[in-house]
Design a protein around this ligand. Structure first.
Ligand code: CAP
Ligand code: MG
Length: 413
């Protein structure tokens, strides 16, 4: 197939100039052949020998297979293969995560991890606020931020939505957000919703409580900055964007546009299409790393196996660590734990996550028998109690709203 070899087993990658990817490969081919097929397809080769491929081109631009350990293949791409200023993450993805999935000789391939070269990292700016900036905005330096997703996710009017946000804030929550399915539908236009929520947040601020709400501005790429600017002019304190459906470039466009002055909450709806099959697609970890490079300030990372969405403790822990990794040259990203969250599961979850997270509950707030405010109080009591070293059962003895939540949903062991 190839007149040059892509095999460099045992060689070290150069962290200054190599982009290093780990792939999990399922194939009936010998693993070396499969690894070489990926390296060739994604750099200088194709299915046949090429009269146009020189030794020099191969040496300078060819990908190198550095290691094969069982079904895990490590491939280094020289960073001259990438076109960051014009191309950006879309071009990076078409190299490290492109045609390889369709190669017929490979049954399945999953991009498990990626390490960018220092020179590529230097061309991205990362978050402008990050976890610390978000904490500062809501005046909560150490305890987990506590958020809600307005539920029902669709169907409430702007006034009902703003009322929900006010009640959640009055119950102690620091954050709320639109659902990913809500943008500018006729029952809840973005302008009316944003104006009404801004009023609710102002009222909370006057009463001494700092809270922010993320308005979902996910839309077509050529419009997203304009839509975000408008939302901001109506009083949005935070923006939300769906990184998988809109693309990493959309997050980057918002984070790097000088007119945008508020943090970006990054949702990951549709990620399951890529991440759920543990042998095929893209793991969440590379998605976290690229979101951080592109400037997301908060990102959904899962509930470490505790909530309603698929996720495992080790995988979600890797996601969390990638948000907070101090060795990366960017501000940290606030890891957001969401999806089927309720007070009685928080001991189990926080045991795994620690306190530097944003915990978010939609149904777990609006489903409280006493309504949104009491649901928010129950979440706040659970988090504050655990932070102070109490068990949920102990804290519930003197906190009625928490006791009601535990009675309704139980305690997750
Ligand atoms: C949570 C949520 C989020 C999920 C997505 C929802 O609501 O708003 O979209 O968290 O999953 O609509 O399901 P509930 P992930 O609290 O009512 O479950 O965070 O894993 O990306
Ligand atoms: Mg949702």
């Amino acid at each position: 197939m190839t007149q040059f070899s892509y095999m460099h087993l045992g060689e070290e990658a150069d962290p200054a100039t190599d982009v290093v990817c780990k792939y999990r490969v399922t194939t009936e081919l010998p693993m070396e052949k499969a690894a070489e097929a990926i390296a060739a397809e994604q750099s200088t080769g194709t299915w046949t020998e090429l009269s146009t491929l020189s030794a020099d081109t191969m040496k300078n631009y060819g990908a190198r297979v550095l290691a094969i350990e069982g079904d895990l293949v490590t491939i280094a791409f020289p960073d001259v293969d990438f076109s960051i200023k014009v191309g950006g993450i879309p071009q990076i993805l078409s190299v490290v995560s492109g045609n390889l999935y369709g190669l017929d000789a490979l049954q399945k391939v999953r991009l498990e991890d990626i390490h960018f070269s220092r020179s590529i990292q230097a061309q991205f700016k990362g978050p402008r606020f990050g976890a610390d900036g978000l904490r500062e905005l809501v005046g909560r330096p150490e305890k987990p931020l506590i958020g809600t997703i307005v539920k029902p996710k669709i169907g409430l009017s702007p006034k009902e939505t703003a009322n929900y946000v006010y009640e959640a804030g009055a119950g102690g929550l620091t954050n709320s957000k639109d659902d990913e399915t809500l943008v500018d539908q006729s029952f809840c236009p973005m302008q009316d919703r944003t104006l009404a929520i801004a009023e609710a947040l102002d009222k909370l601020a006057e009463e001494g409580h700092k809270m922010i709400h993320a308005i979902n501005v996910s839309t077509n790429g050529d419009k997203i900055v304009e839509v975000a600017e408008r939302a901001q002019s109506w009083g949005a304190r935070q923006l939300m964007v769906d990184v998988i459906t809109c693309g990493f470039a959309a997050v980057q466009a918002l984070a790097e546009d000088p007119s945008i002055k508020v943090p970006i909450h990054v949702h990951r709806t549709m990620h399951g299409a890529m991440t759920k099959d543990t042998r095929h697609g893209i793991a969440m970890l590379p998605i976290v790393k690229m979101t951080r490079m592109c400037g997301g300030d908060a990102l959904h990372i899962g509930t470490l196996g505790a909530g309603k969405m698929t996720g495992d403790i080790q995988g979600d822990r890797d996601n969390l660590n990638a948000c907070l990794d101090p060795l990366e040259p960017y501000r940290t990203v606030m890891p957001v734990c969401s999806g089927g969250v309720y007070p009685g599961m928080l001991a189990k979850m926080i045991e795994e996550t620690g306190f530097n997270v944003q915990i978010q509950a939609g149904g777990g707030v609006a489903g409280h028998p006493g309504g949104v405010r009491k649901g928010a109080m129950a979440m706040t009591q659970a988090v504050n109690g655990l932070f102070s070293g109490f068990t949920l059962q102990e804290y519930a003895k003197k906190h009625e709203e928490l006791a009601q939540a535990l009675e309704k949903w139980g305690i997750k062991e």
